[in-house]
Write a new protein. Structure first.
Length: 363
């Protein structure tokens, strides 16, 4: 009888152990699924941020804030190399510490991490100590994890997270952090093209306008406040003729005067750029094409009434004048579609149009 009771108890204990193991596995599986869902949601937040019409720095700041909020990281800083120096692209650390944070690549403690692409974890053991890279601060960060960032095996910077307690990251899930790092690299890779566009925008010498690249960077924030806008492109079709018949300086003066006429008559909300050579683009944010067509008819009349004196000659009774002639084409841009596709279509039309064409066309 006693043996039977003992056997029964052993069976019950075995069943309970098996049940507990099963519950533990289910909880672990649930936690893994929950973490995957969290990672997917955060990745979706990343993608949504990339789709927003903001500068690359604003995008990276927002992504950094998502990491801080969702993963409960106290301090997070993303630093990249711009070809000349290391620059803090996003951080929730006070700006007075940025100089230190942008020079971590030169710290001996992180050099091996950069060379091997392996994260580096450092912490203090007791109060009063400081992390090796801290020069003047003691209380802000007491533990840190350093992640070198690579795009196609090329080192481009680093991501560092910091905690306010000693040994704060002792039990952190490094696999999760590696996933975050991979997502940061993907974001940096995606914004490289936008970075390039933003960096190559220039002010044109003669028109005093931004170059075409401006349309696809900062200007998009203004343009995409509206569901639809009208894109206008015009070409000074006799500019080459003026350069040849008069001189290039006269042609430059023609560009200046034409742009002055339009700049003095449009709202600051509208984007006016020198597109390329004799071609110029204006985006009338939130305005219908019919309204723009009427406006451009008036501008065309004013421009083609200009008389620009030949440059380099003293005025006299036989002074020569150059008169610009423009061809104008319009199209509608819809928020969320490719603006460069619209401008390319307009450019192709102007380049193939009959030089004698005098209407304002709507594509």
């Amino acid at each position: 009888m006693i043996i039977a009771v003992i056997v029964l108890l052993v069976v019950i204990i075995a069943v309970l152990m098996f049940y507990n193991m099963s519950i533990h596995k289910k909880i672990q599986s649930f936690n893994n699924i929950n973490q995957k869902i969290t990672n997917l949601n955060i990745l979706q937040d990343f993608m949504n941020t990339l789709g927003e019409c903001t500068s690359t720095n604003e995008k990276l700041e927002k992504i950094n804030n998502i990491l801080i909020e969702k993963y409960e990281i106290k301090y997070s800083t993303i630093v990249t190399y711009n070809g000349a120096e290391y620059v803090v692209r996003a951080s929730n650390v006070e700006e007075k510490h940025w100089e230190t944070l942008s020079n971590l690549n030169s710290e001996d403690i992180f050099k091996e991490s950069i060379e091997t692409a392996v994260p580096k974890y450092i912490t203090i053991d007791k109060e009063g100590e400081r992390l090796p890279y801290q020069k003047m601060e003691f209380g802000r960060a007491k533990s840190a994890m350093f992640f070198p960032l690579y795009i196609d095996n090329v080192y481009i910077g680093y991501w560092i997270i910091e905690g306010g307690r000693p040994h704060e990251f002792d039990n952190v899930d490094v696999t999760m952090l590696e996933v975050i790092k991979t997502n940061i690299v993907a974001v940096l890779k995606t914004v490289q093209t936008q970075d390039t566009l933003e960096n190559i925008v220039r002010d044109d010498q003669f028109s005093k306008l931004k170059t075409a690249e401006y349309l696809y960077g900062d200007a998009k924030k203004v343009i995409d406040k509206y569901t639809t806008s009208t894109v206008c492109m015009f070409k000074i079709i006799n500019l080459v003729e003026i350069n040849n018949e008069f001189n290039r300086e006269t042609g430059n003066n023609v560009i200046t005067e034409v742009c002055n006429v339009i700049s003095n008559n449009i709202s600051e909300e509208y984007i006016f750029v020198r597109y390329m050579g004799p071609k110029f683009a204006i985006v009338f944010s939130g305005i219908e094409t019919n309204t723009v067509a009427d406006f451009m008819k008036d501008m065309k009349q004013r421009i083609e009434s200009l008389e620009i004196p030949k440059a380099g000659e003293n005025p006299d009774e036989t002074e020569e004048f150059a008169t610009p002639i423009i061809n104008v084409v319009l199209s509608t841009y819809y928020k969320g579609t490719a603006l460069d596709g619209v401008t390319k279509k307009l450019e192709e039309y102007l380049d193939s149009a009959n030089p004698k064409e005098n209407d304002i066309n709507n594509l």
